[in-house]
Design a protein around this ligand. Sequence first.
Ligand code: FAQ
Length: 333
Amino acid sequence: MYTQAIDLKPGAEPTAATPAPGERERAFEAAIADDRRIEPQDWMPEGYRKTLVRQISQHAHSEVVGMLPEGNWVTRAPSLRRKAILLAKIQDEGGHGLYLYAAAETLGVSREDLVDALHAGKAKYSSIFNYPTLTWADMGAIGWLVDGAAIMNQVPLCRCSYGPYARAMIRICKEESFHQRQGFDIMLALCRGTPAQKAMAQDALDRWWWPVVMMFGPSDSESIHSAQTMRWGIKRLSNDELRQRFIDATVPQAELLGLRIPDPELRWNEARGHHDHGPIDWSEFWRVIEGDGPCNRERLAARVQALENGAWVREAALAHAARHAGTGSREAA
Ligand code: FAQ
């Protein structure tokens, strides 16, 4: 169901003749220049494959680790309706992780190895999920801002040059748009509520704004991968371009809510046709992605524990599958 099926017929070979030296490279470059999709059975440079594995697996880890901050509020959602919506959203994030791990697997890596790299602290996941969720308004802020930033980043990825990633992103973006609306709806309810509820919404915006602005990654001058990934058609817009688009889209939404964005230097620049913003504290960003954010240790420990707790389920599923394949024994089951 989640697979990114490789389109080869059983037994079919990707190519009949051995290509002349340089031919494969030229075919790849021509596909990129013509904006055609690269598929798993196509030849690709090793750097392209590695870059995709890095980005797609980081993205998958982000979706799965991203379930934890919201999971913190499932038992404390203020109504049955809000609880059902939050549960559905968190399940969606788990599904996004699955689509993305499946897309990464088409590049010849195993999901187990990718998860091991996460647990060993060798693979990154989004900085944003290392911040705590202190109040119910944080569920609103995550949906409105974090999912809003994720959509801004992910819509261009629907046109990524690698077919399985692009197709996964199309499904994911449809769901993210519902997530963003549910977050905005929580914020709207709080902002139309009592002064204490509105203050709670403002406090959440105050705490989440800068970490969300950082989510888009280092500024273009510091981004080590952007130039190459944009040349390969993996990323279509740079980190700063996406950050600017997000800020421009979010300012009027905050105005509608009657909330103040915590950036005294934020103002519309008529000449640029964009909002100017204040300086970003990049030292905080690097500290968080290097493992020293408010919740990094807690998040990784929760993922490791979940893997350990689920061991018996995986063993039982494997034994069941083996028995049905006629290779298992009753003892194994
Ligand atoms: N956090 O050279 P660049 C979501 C790293 S999904 C941590 O600019 P690149 C859904 C970067 O990996 C959110 N690390 O890198 C949801 C690199 O380190 P490396 C995730 C970061 O790849 C919502 C180094 O810094 N979305 O939210 C971050 O060209 C609610 C240098 O950076 C994606 O992953 C960061 N924020 O651009 C779930 C989208 N930024 O690998 C639950 C796909 C940068 O050399 C609840 N990914 N780094 O060790 C991308 O678009 C890109 O990978 C960027 C980074 C834009 C994240």
